[in-house]
Design a protein around this ligand. Structure first.
Ligand code: ADP
Ligand code: MG
Length: 359
């Protein structure tokens, strides 16, 4: 139904979509997940021609959107898009929001459009709001109206761009329930979402987007339970990380500690954890042998609550965790006392220390 071939999109110098290739079949429900800024919205907007791609091609039912003989408005009508911010016409009633498109663009009679609109409002649970105005509705209700309005245009493909991310948490489930309901009717859907449970349950396939590509795709089981690639795994397991690079012995300890502390604060880790991290950074930098290329990384694993710390320093192999290697054994003892586990290995010219912080 949708075939995307070598789709790219640049904004000036910024390459947002590199080369997207995919086929979406009729009746499929695709969830797109991935970090923000990776082009998920841009991809949807290209499908719907709200953005003009820089290169590549998009075929809808084997008709190219970019062929000059193609009736683009007609093809676009096959696609409905639901935005994060609802985009309802605030000066029109709920009913008028649902009928204006069908009357003006599909040439429907008013009575027919009204009848269909009321049916759709019933479907999304808002039959009693027919004569209300958008301002009188909650966020969840507005989004359900927006979905009904989309359906009023009788689309064959529905595109959702983070339909619940502007909503109060209490209203997320009512909107997801409506989308689930529509999914059962067999309409083709592409949904950008941060609701992982929902994506897991509803999708026939999941696309993980990163680096301007569909970086990994698979069934929900493959992507959520057994992701193959590093970045997908990190995203799925919600490992957040902060990294600092050091190139000389004259490093700025306070700046490094400050940044790592901020990271701890952002993830609402306790004061004790944050103090321990600061101490570990101080001690681990004390015991290094070679300072020309050191990378410190802090990882916070949301699922397990574990905090991991790695220090990679280029140079000759030396096990810095072994007591007696360096003069400062006290620093080493302090370091170890703050850790649940520690590990040393030498790999690719780097001394790698891995620590799990006690939490
Ligand atoms: P996502 O939806 O995955 O968060 P977006 O598709 O919104 O990502 O954006 C991807 C990148 O493209 C971001 O760096 C964003 O700033 C940039 N971008 C999006 N739209 C525009 C635009 N109209 N002009 C310039 N840059 C844009
Ligand atoms: Mg987006």
């Amino acid at each position: 139904m949708i075939r995307v071939h070598g789709l790219s999109k640049h904004f000036g110098e910024l390459v947002v979509l590199k080369e997207i290739n995919t086929v979406i079949n009729k009746g499929e429900i695709i969830s797109i997940i991935g970090p923000s800024g990776t082009g998920k919205s841009t991809f949807l907007r290209c499908l719907n021609l709200l953005e003009t791609p820089t290169g590549g091609d998009i075929f809808i039912d084997d008709i190219s959107l970019f062929d000059k003989h193609t009736n683009v408005p007609k093809i676009r009508q096959k696609m409905g898009m639901v935005f994060q911010s609802f985009n309802l016409y605030t000066h029109l009633s709920v009913l008028e929001n649902l009928t204006i498109g069908p009357i003006k663009l599909l040439g429907k009679k008013k009575e027919e459009a009204n009848k269909k609109a009321i049916e759709l409002l019933r479907l999304v649970g808002l039959a009693e709001k027919v004569y209300s105005f958008p301002d009188e509705l909650s966020g969840g209700q507005k989004q359900r109206v927006a979905i009904a309005r989309c359906m009023a245009m009788e689309p064959e493909i529905l595109l959702f761009d983070e339909p619940t991310s502007a909503l109060d948490p209490t209203m997320v489930s009512e909107v997801l329930a409506v989308i689930r309901r529509l999914a059962r009717e067999g309409i083709t859907m592409v949904i950008v979402t941060h609701e992982m449970e929902f994506a897991f349950n509803i999708s026939s396939r999941v696309f993980y987007m990163d680096e301007g590509l569909i970086y990994e795709e698979g069934t929900p089981q493959q992507i959520f339970e057994n992701p193959k690639r590093e970045k997908t795994r990190t995203f799925i397991h919600r490992i957040r990380s902060a990294t600092k690079h050091i190139t000389s012995k004259a490093y700025d300890l306070y700046a490094i500690q400050g940044e790592m502390e901020l990271f701890c604060e952002k993830h609402m880790l306790s004061r004790k954890v944050s103090d321990d991290v600061a101490l570990i950074i101080e001690e681990i930098l004390e015991v290094q042998a070679d300072y020309h290329d050191i990378e410190l990384s802090l990882f916070y694993h949301e699922k397990s609550g574990n905090i991991e710390f790695t220090c990679e320093s280029a140079g000759e192999p030396v096990n810095l965790l072994e007591e007696g290697t360096l003069e400062d054994d006290i620093g080493l003892k302090i370091l170890k006392s703050r850790c649940k586990s520690h590990d040393y290995r030498y790999e690719d010219g780097k001394n790698i220390i891995e620590l799990t912080v006690k939490v």
